[in-house]
Write a protein that binds this ligand. Sequence first.
Ligand code: PEP
Ligand code: MG
Length: 942
Amino acid sequence: MTATQAKTATKQFVFSFQQGDGHDKQLLGGKGANLCEMTQIGLNVPPGFVISTEACLTYLEDPQRTLPDGMIDQVQQQIRDLEANTGKGFGDPDNPLLLSVRSGSALSMPGMMDTILNLGLNSETLAGLIRQTANERFCYDAYRRFIQLFGKVALGIADEKFDEPFETLKQREGVKADLGLTADHLREISEIFLEVVQQETGRPFPVDVFEQLEIAVKAVFNSWMGKRAIDYRNEFNITSAMANGTAVNVMTMVFGNMGSDSATGVGFTRNPGTGENLMYGEYLVNAQGEDVVAGIRTPKPAQEMEQEMPEMYRQLVDLRNRLESHYREVQDFEYTIEKGTLYCLQTRNGKMNATARVRTSVEMVSEGLINREEALLRVDPEELEQLLHPMLDPNHSVAPVAQGLPASPGGASGAVAFDADRAELLGRAGEKIILVREETKPEDIHGFFAAQGILTSRGGKTSHAAVVARGMGKPCVAGAEGITVNIRNRQAQVGDKVLHEGDIITIDGGTGNVYIGEIPTVEPEFSAELNTLLQWADDVAQLKVMANADTADAAQQAREYGAVGIGLCRTERMFNESERLPMVVQMILANNTEDRKAALDRLLPIQRGDFKDLLKVMAPGSVTVRLLDPPIHEFLPSERQLEDELEHLHQLRSTVAGMHDLAGAMRLMQDIKTGTQPPSSGIGDISVELVDAAIAKKEQMLYKVRELSEVNPMLGHRGVRLGITYPEIYTMQIQAVLEALAECQQEGIEAHAEIMVPQVCTSEELLHVRAMVNTARQKVEAAYNLTLDFKFGTMIEVVRACMRATRLAEVAEFFSFGTNDLTQASFSFSREDAENKFLPFYNELGILEDNPFEVLDVNGVGQLMRVTVDWGRQQRPDLKVGICGEQGGHPASIRFCHHIGINYVSCSAPRVPVARLAAAHAKLTEADYSLEAGMVAAPAAL
Ligand code: PEP
Ligand code: MG
């Protein structure tokens, strides 16, 4: 006896279904616990017992692999009880007790370990069973199934060793379905199977029924450490603490294949695809459970049983109702009908899609089965995003040609366009487009508007393409490295295939898959039940949910999704629209303040109109306008592009000059010969002067691009630094916001504006901008003859800003954590480089658990946020604090934000429902979360 076994010698390892604690899934496994519970609430479960997971672990710890001491005695006692209970005898030739043996761990691991049926058969008990049932065919069928399953599961014999002779026999007899086989055929196949076992194991098939049981139990235990089970646990990150070993469920056999008054079936208490409150499932008359799953015969829908076996249907409906009223969750159950009696063999909580999960949860509240809090907690916030985008038809069977990162969910098909202009052109002509780029830049924005989806071959989940697409709610696959985009040839290489402009492709932003050709999509549905659920969420949540939105359309969508305001309007996105960009470029190219002001004067009414639209859509919710943030060179083409264009223009100039010279020469000749009109040069109005003007403009741009070029633009001349050095830009924007607000106020719209300054690191910067705000306020108030009511605040995205929160709060009325930049700054990681180069390795090696640009790093960045909130509120107790980085839409990050006392989260529109539910979860599970533990919960190495 090993030391562990000595310690556990007196332990109870075996529990009858009457005895076991139905709530102890760790000890009895999910299936075993439910079998105990169902038995104890009076459902008709065949009698049986559970061997605990503890027995499994004790067995596996022992190098000799002997069963824990005392376990076999306990099993024997249970068998005696079963014999007394059923009146049958285990191994008794006259009235044999037959058993099923199933595995079952604490977490359901589908298909991991197979079931052995009809254990207890040997030639003697078989003969007894034949005498008893007078049904030879049934008995031989049971026998061959037992040998086959036992051989496969317990003795490890490959499937095909049994399948091949079985098929050969069926072919010989010209029989397709098993039901066409006679008793003689089945006897013959049983004998063949016994030989297979002898050949494959070198030993005869065990005839001692206790030996059969012992081998089967050990096989189940061993399967816990089998490759299939280990791979599954690794794949789904199931730690041993979550699923510690498997239990073994031993149950009296009941037979669904005892004639036309017998059947077997599987069911869901409600439809798992739609959530409809209707029995859902399938059954097969005169069959055993594995036949339904194996798909050998086509089962019938459960509703047909009402006609075919009315009494059985009544029992089935009764079972369904009792399961639901007891478990108060949709159940996925298995049953067998043996000669007119229905037995439940298994139940578990049903896996459903998001639509069904939401509908059943809401309906169960109105049926009084659960309360609102339970309904809210039942739905995983992340699931909700599925409901808001068109998805690829789940029944499609097209194989992907490449895979990238699932950067923005939803499915879309369209013609490939390799640049934004082309996308815009084709999009305007009504074509559906997928914009395919190596990576995208702000200047591609019009291509995003025109496209159904975006595919890039480089970049991570927070690359420009990903962030912008998510903001717009468009599908995006980013960093599909298997695709090589060749913009010059206007084609892309995908494996051995070449994609040309105009070819149709499909992307799935939920999986990252890329397909050639069109795959139909199914439309999203924001159902009445989802609205109800989210309303309940808002009633509970403490955190408010705002949206990051820059256009009236996005704001409208965010509002429909339940955002109570706009937490971040990135004004640079407004600059990017194609008719505005030339004005912005003019402003950038200006060499003096006068010229810059002239360009800005043209932009002012446009910005004012934009802000007014946003304020109106969101009223009475607030709209937080962030003053210009990115370095201005981002609005200009790249140096390389300009150089290429100039080279091209110079070539064009020589051609034009040559054509004009040629035309001149020809004119001379014509004049001399005929005196008639000379031919034109053939190049219309293009003159050398015009080309020269274009060259001059491009050269000016190139000069500016070189002048503005920076070694590290993200840490360079951007944000408030830009606003202070080019005050005209911020002045224009501030004036536009305040005038928009004034116009709303005049029109009686209850608008609320907030002006937010990006990249602030010292309160002096804020004071500087506030002075601009005050000047503008005076002007606008005088011009409109009213008093403006708005807030002035700052982004917190620089580490120094966190450390100076007290001072900043003297000036700022609100803080908004820009955790995209704050994460970059805290880690000193450049987001794009990190995601493209080393973050995946860090995740794989466990150096970092998550991508901190998606999931807030509570231990580092979170600490900074926590002190910032505390210090800021020490200075200004009513300081409003929010988060508007990507992480603001992530449930775990939202939970943390709730605990550090943040007032609102702001995220892209499609994440708004996710965030609303996550905010409710944060409140409802408050008691289970310790901020301190949350901070240190990650591995100490972090
Ligand atoms: C941030 O830094 O978190 C933020 C919202 O700003 P942006 O993503 O525009 O840099
Ligand atoms: Mg930022």
